[in-house]
Design a protein around this ligand. Structure first.
Ligand SMILES: Nc1ncnc2c1ncn2[C@@H]1O[C@H](COP(=O)(O)OP(=O)(O)OP(=O)(O)O)[C@@H](O)[C@H]1O
Ligand SMILES: [Mg+2]
Length: 343
């Protein structure tokens, strides 16, 4: 959806995250499923890329190193010096923990920051420039490496370019405790920006090293803006745009994925009439159901019944009020637990 509307309603978060990245911090973007972590991460990388291109036109050339570099020593050294100032950003989209390490190795190889020999590739690859190394040919070999071997190749490579490699890893949610040590080693030699749906307690050591930026649901205003931009760009025919927008705001609970689902669904219709609008539902909108008034009334009834029972000496009512109180309290606990999970 971001491709259609652009990133909407996240300017402050983008600025905040860029400030932390500039300070050299490891950053963790957290938030519910579909809240827009990946979209924000992509935007951050685009901004970093743009900033780099604007700031250092000479450095941009150095990106071609060592591809363009002659094999001569002087040239190499020169190229090396230039890359020293250049930041390399590596985007890891895989969600599977080991595959992420394979991907880091792959990307480092592609930009020439890791030697083929370090990945135990056959000699024929050792002197090939990175762009001539076809991933499909070496994938199996790299996949076969153990986590230990992969780390042994990755860490020294990152170390040689200390502080100049940013690793953006889309999803750290399914990280396991056994992998924490490997990631901690990466944290020492590169800057990491990651996303996670939740911070699992068994990998806390990693979260401690990161500055967390929590992504909240979009405000109703931002949601409206997205819907309007989408309608305008996709040229949708809607019977009652006001009702349509209002319904999406309510049903999505500000979750961009929910907004996208409903918009994509509606875009398939020739005409979105009022009946279709009313039928739109999204599970994300459940968040909006507020049980507070119900709970207050229930508690008040219990207290009232208790006093009534004592005042009139009605033992049965007294017992009934006590049982009702127990039910209300336990239901309340479950409701809050459920709400916590949904968020
Ligand atoms: N601020 C925004 N403006 C416009 N579109 C957005 C915005 N945030 C997210 N989107 C879109 O909403 C959808 C869901 O966002 P995204 O995939 O980034 O969520 P996520 O938090 O990474 O989800 P998951 O937990 O499943 O990884 C995508 O289609 C994305 O392009
Ligand atoms: Mg994502």
């Amino acid at each position: 959806m971001k491709a259609i509307t652009g990133l909407i309603g996240r300017e402050d978060l983008v600025d905040k995250a860029l400030r932390e990245i500039k300070k050299g911090r490891h950053v963790l973007l957290t938030g519910a499923t579909g809240v827009g972590k990946s979209a924000l991460l992509e935007t951050l990388l685009e901004r970093l890329e743009r900033r780099r291109a604007e700031r250092a036109p000479v450095d941009a050339e150095a990106d071609d190193w060592p591809r363009d570099a002659e094999t001569g020593d002087a040239q190499n050294q020169h190229g090396h010096e230039r890359t020293r100032r250049t930041q390399t950003v590596i985007h890891i989209a895989d969600h599977q923990p080991k595959a992420q390490f394979v991907d880091i190795a792959r990307k480092l190889l592609a930009v020439g920051l890791i030697e083929p020999a370090a990945l135990e590739l056959p000699e024929e690859y050792h002197y090939l420039p990175p762009e001539l190394i076809e991933w499909s040919r070496i994938r199996r070999q790299v996949n076969r490496l153990s986590m230990r071997d992969l780390t042994a190749a990755i860490i020294p490579a990152l170390h040689d370019h200390q502080g100049r490699v940013i690793i953006a890893v889309d999803d750290l949610t399914s990280l396991t405790p056994t992998l924490v040590a490997f990631w901690l080693a990466v944290f020492e030699v590169a800057q990491v920006i990651g996303c996670a749906r939740q911070k699992k307690a068994n990998v806390s050591k990693l979260w401690w090293k990161m500055t967390e930026i929590e992504i909240p649901p979009l405000t109703p205003d931002a949601t409206r803006e997205i819907v309007q931009a989408y309608i305008a760009r996709q040229g949708m025919l809607i019977e009652s745009p006001g009702l349509f927008v209002g319904h999406i705001v309510k049903q999505s609970g500000g979750n961009p994925q929910a907004i996208a689902d409903m918009l994509d669904d509606s875009a398939k219709e020739r005409l979105v009439d009022k009946r279709k609008i009313r039928e739109m539902r999204h599970a994300a909108g459940v968040r909006y159901v507020d049980f507070t008034p119900v709970m207050i009334i229930a508690l008040a009834s219990v207290v009232g019944a208790r006093y009534l029972a004592i005042g009139t000496g009605d033992t049965e009512l007294y017992i009934f009020a006590g049982m009702l109180a127990a039910v209300v309290i336990s239901v309340r606990v479950f409701l809050f637990k459920g709400a916590g999970k949904a968020n």
